[in-house]
Design a protein. Structure first.
Length: 223
């Protein structure tokens, strides 16, 4: 199995850094003013104790805010690193997620579905341009299942690798419409870390980690 490169994250805690720099500047300015005030106070009329205490409290508050920003920046970076590491661990695993698309790779495309009851279903597959390339009608049992397509169109011609979309319409024994929940299934080949949330790549598909409903080890490691 060929694993695509993992892109490096483009997001950084620049906003927190900017806030910390601005706060640090105010902190240094405050310290300089306080020191100058103490050096130049009138010995016969020294700085009021209450006022001096208030300034020290403000001084301490600014220092604590600087430390809080630093800790928060470290926490954000740690959380991001944990998410990235978790996303990379998906590479080579087969995942199922909400969606209608699946990549046809080497004559194999797979969709997962869940039927609330036994039904007669018609599956229609379209290419990326919206052209219908394959249709099949058959019976399915109630519960979860998989629809596997070998990439051969209804005209008997093999379709090229790419992203295809499935739609499944079903009816029960009385002709009543049955809603089929369709999901995407595929092996993760890479990870995109450029967004605010890592995305898993299945071929050209980009799937958010939050959309993943199951993770399994594929039966074969070669595609």
């Amino acid at each position: 199995m060929t694993v695509s490169g993992v892109s490096s994250p483009s997001s950084d805690p620049s906003t927190l850094s900017g806030q910390a720099s601005s706060l640090a500047g105010n902190f240094d300015t405050f310290l300089s003013l306080l020191t100058t005030q103490l050096k130049n106070q009138d010995p016969l009329d020294p700085l009021d104790t209450n006022q001096f205490t208030q300034q020290l409290v403000e001084f301490s508050g600014v220092e604590q805010q600087l430390n809080t920003n630093s800790y928060l920046q470290t926490l954000v970076q740690s959380t991001q690193n944990s998410q990235n590491n978790a996303a990379v661990s998906y590479i080579g695993k087969q995942i199922t997620s909400s969606g209608l698309d699946s990549d046809l790779v080497n004559g194999q495309a797979t969709w997962s579905y869940n039927a609330p009851e036994a039904a007669t279903v018609t599956a229609t597959i379209k290419d990326a341009k919206g052209n219908q390339v394959y249709t099949e009608t058959g019976k399915i049992d109630a519960g979860p299942g998989q629809f596997n397509w070998d990439g051969v169109g209804s005209d008997g011609t093999p379709e090229p690798n790419g992203t295809y979309t499935i739609s499944m319409t079903a009816t029960d024994a009385n002709g009543k419409v049955v809603d089929i929940d369709t999901q995407t299934t595929g092996v993760v080949t890479g990870v995109d870390l450029s967004g605010t949330q890592p995305s898993l790549l299945i071929g050209k598909q980009s799937i958010k980690m939050s959309d993943v409903t199951s993770v399994t080890v594929p039966s074969s490691s070669s595609n």
